[in-house]
Design a protein around this ligand. Structure first.
Ligand SMILES: Nc1nc2c(c(=O)[nH]1)N[C@H]1C(S)=C(S)[C@@H](COP(=O)(O)OP(=O)(O)OC[C@H]3O[C@@H](n4cnc5c(=O)[nH]c(N)nc54)[C@H](O)[C@@H]3O)O[C@H]1N2
Ligand SMILES: Nc1nc2c(c(=O)[nH]1)N[C@H]1C(S)=C(S)[C@@H](COP(=O)(O)OP(=O)(O)OC[C@H]3O[C@@H](n4cnc5c(=O)[nH]c(N)nc54)[C@H](O)[C@@H]3O)O[C@H]1N2
Ligand SMILES: [Mo]
Length: 661
């Protein structure tokens, strides 16, 4: 800090989990905070929607305008004609789910189903285990076999990688199960490559071998699970040959993996959300959850499943004290924003977006932007930058970044909560989300004291009302130290003696509602499976995808495709290709190699259409929901690819002049 200006952002070495490490995205966070492109004043639209023509306004004018328009919408169409749209952009609970939620509840606005990240997998795990509790990340150090199942740890979860490495140094074998040869797969001991969306068949094949060879833990199964006989019946059809035919993983490899998984102790499965983004995303996770119960892996420290740690360091915070009760209004899926803006009845007339950039991150982006372009839709966006979503707003409000506001930052990658103290004064006239919603509430005449709570009071309430395992976190101490750990016993083996969250306390190896199993997806016209993974190392979804350093590091959007698929289409490495299906088309540079198998292609998600040739990955994905949990099938689109030009320049050069797609 010098003269009120932050000069350097560093990780705290004493932090027990991150140990001072910052990922490639956050290590230059201050470039974001002080970027010349940062929004510094409220903006009011002066040109056509989507063109980014705005004039500056005072806060009073902007707030007054919004309050007037919202009041008019509510008076004419009712509260449900207003739709809030927000996600985890801000990372903290105070700026992410407090005064904002109270405001929309008071308004009687539609509720947003925030299901784009993790809810499908959670639904699958709940079906099997009845709880989201799982391993503690540090305990992977004790594991001797680690299956990184559909997660690209080095890119998306960097802080777990040192734990994985320590386990490996102590003799653990690291297996990556991923259709793509990711950086993580390349760094592992063994890369198992199922076709996208077929993991349930892989898990069934593994369980077939385990049960057929008597490698399951009969005592654990007997005492702590239910439905073994039905599962065994289903497994009868899943010999390694059939599993191999469905997944593309050779039968011998399935047998080998099954034996190693069942006989190596402790054996851990690490999953995040890569596998949930498929039609049967919940069922895939539900099926995988049978594995550690079948083998009794839960008996060991470092054995079992490690999923997101929100159960330890997020959900226990006092959600009611932050958000208040949700209104009894209709709910709208965030995955189907395109539908909500274009087709839903009664119609949405006002949209308020914050902590999210749906023009880029929501599926089926042509439908999203078609909705955002509606002249009769009143749109407000709270942002740091003029994102592709903000470009469609009627009013854009400048929000503070993490170094400018108070927050309690939960985690789903480790078991610590963090207190965020502002380091600098807000840049320009930016305000915390909370303060923006307070001002809006006042302007709308909401006199309720619920809108008077300060950020610090909200933070305190979230922590003081927290449940297990955050119940003992002391707010003053959290503020002083900066972080606090969930209170879990040193020897954390949550299900060594059963105790699952199901009514019987047993893990459900079978349930009629959503049994372990695999259905092939319905046939599709397009020949290639598209995965839209988070392969951009320097973006956090679409965040940072406008900053020079981060764009420079990523280069341009690349379509990875197999040399055979390329040859069939006359495409050579470095050519510009058009990736298309019925929903849209995206331009990318082709890279041929062994990242994908034949029949599979990959586009990175997160690129702004305005900076990458006019469209990005979600132009190709659909608004279809996963089987459970209302998730997004963003790794399950199908596409065709054709060559546009030989090796010409595109990407950022094309940003101002979008190529015709
Ligand atoms: N195709 C495809 N689509 C995907 C995914 C995928 O893998 N493939 N992944 C999905 C997943 S897992 C997720 S989590 C979603 C994420 O989708 P989004 O929630 O839209 O995430 P971001 O793109 O990071 O956008 C967050 C925005 O919040 C803004 N922001 C940050 N902090 C604040 C703040 O304090 N106040 C305000 N007002 N704004 C703030 C940032 O500037 C940024 O523009 O995307 C989903 N979409
Ligand atoms: N650099 C970076 N880090 C991030 C993010 C980011 O945008 N950029 N986003 C953050 C967020 S919001 C989240 S939710 C996490 C997500 O973290 P991850 O779950 O690790 O992220 P994904 O890229 O969605 O998926 C991981 C892997 O799943 C694979 N996959 C896709 N379909 C299948 C399948 O059917 N079977 C199998 N076995 N694998 C499959 C993909 O090929 C991909 O390599 O990352 C967080 N970290
Ligand atoms: Mo996510």
């Amino acid at each position: 800090m010098r003269d009120g200006v932050a000069e350097k952002l560093v990780g705290v070495k004493e932090h027990p989990f991150t140990r001072g490490g910052l990922c490639a995205k956050v290590s230059h966070y201050l470039e974001r905070t002080y970027s010349p492109d940062r929004l510094r004043r409220p903006l009011i639209r002066t040109g056509p929607k989507g063109k980014g023509a705005f004039r500056e306004a005072t806060w009073d004018e902007a707030i007054g305008l919004i309050a007037g328009r919202l009041q008019a919408v509510v008076a004419e169409h009712g509260g449900e004609a207003v739709l809030p749209y927000s996600f985890a952009g801000t990372q903290g609970v105070v700026q992410g789910q407090s005064i904002d939620r109270r405001f929309f509840a008071r308004l009687g606005a539609s509720r947003l189903e925030r299901t784009i990240c993790g809810q499908a997998a959670a639904a699958g795990q709940l079906e099997a285990a009845g709880t989201l509790v799982g391993l503690r990340p540090q305990d992977l150090e004790h594991s001797r076999l680690i299956l990184l199942w559909g997660t690209n740890t080095i890119v998306t979860n960097l802080h777990l990688w040192p734990v994985v490495r320590r386990a490996r140094e102590a003799g653990a074998k690291i297996v990556v199960i991923d259709p793509l040869r990711t950086r993580t797969a390349a760094a592992a001991d063994w890369h198992v490559r199922p076709l996208p969306g077929t993991d349930a068949a892989l898990a069934l094949g593994l369980m077939h071998v385990i049960v057929a060879e008597g490698l399951h833990d009969a005592d654990y199964v007997e005492r702590f699970t239910e439905g073994f006989e039905q599962l065994r019946g289903e497994l009868g059809d899943w010999g390694p040959d059939r599993a191999a035919a469905v997944t593309g993983v050779p039968a011998e490899e399935i047998v080998d993996l099954a034996r190693q998984y069942a006989t190596t102790r402790p054996a851990a499965i690490r999953r995040l959300i890569g596998i949930e983004h498929h039609r049967e995303g919940a069922r895939m996770v539900r099926t995988i959850c049978c594995l550690p119960a079948l083998t009794g892996a839960w008996r060991d420290r470092g054995g079992g499943i490690l999923g997101p740690t929100a159960w330890a360091a997020w959900s226990p915070l006092d959600q009611d004290a932050l958000s208040g009760p949700p209104p009894p209004t209709r709910s709208v899926s965030m995955i189907r924003l395109g539908h909500a803006l274009n087709e839903l009845e009664p119609a949405v007339h006002a949209l308020v977006v914050y902590n999210s950039n749906p023009a880029t991150t929501a599926p089926d982006s042509s439908e999203v932007t078609r909705g955002l372009a509606r002249e009769d839709l009143f749109t407000v966006v709270l942002e740091h930058f003029l994102t592709d979503t903000a470009a469609y707003a009627d009013v854009v409000l400048p929000a503070t970044t993490q170094v400018e506001h108070v927050d309690v930052v939960p985690s789903w990658g480790h078991t610590y909560v963090t207190y965020n103290e502002p380091a600098i004064e807000p840049v320009g006239e930016s305000l915390p989300n909370t303060e923006i919603f307070r001002r809006l509430a006042r302007a709308m005449g909401f006199a309720d004291p619920a809108f008077d709570a300060t950020d610090e009071e909200l933070a305190r309430a979230a922590v003081e009302g927290a449940r297990w395992p955050l119940q003992d976190v002391d707010f003053e101490r959290l503020r002083e130290v900066g972080w606090a750990e969930a209170d879990l016993p040193d020897d954390w083996r949550p299900f060594a003696e059963g105790g699952f969250g199901t009514p019987s306390g047993r893990l459900r190896l079978w349930s009629d509602d959503l049994p372990p199993g695999f259905e092939p997806p319905p046939g599709d016209d397009e020949p290639l499976a598209l995965v839209t993974a988070k392969s951009a190392h320097h973006f956090l979804n679409s965040t940072y995808a406008n900053l020079p350093r981060h764009l420079m590091a990523e280069g341009e959007p690349m379509l990875e495709l197999h040399p055979d698929d390329a040859a069939e289409r006359g495409i050579e490495d470095g050519d510009i290709v058009r990736v298309h299906n019925v929903r849209g088309a995206v331009l990318a540079r082709a890279r041929t190699g062994d990242v994908v198998c034949p029949g599979v292609v990959v586009l990175p998600s997160g690129w702004w259409a305005s900076r990458s040739g006019g469209a990005s990955a979600n132009a190709l994905t659909s608004q279809e929901l996963t089987d459970r949990g209302g998730g997004a099938c963003v790794h399950a689109a199908r596409v065709e690819v054709e060559r546009v030009t030989q090796g010409a320049a595109m990407g950022r050069e094309a940003a101002s002049e979008p190529l015709e797609v």
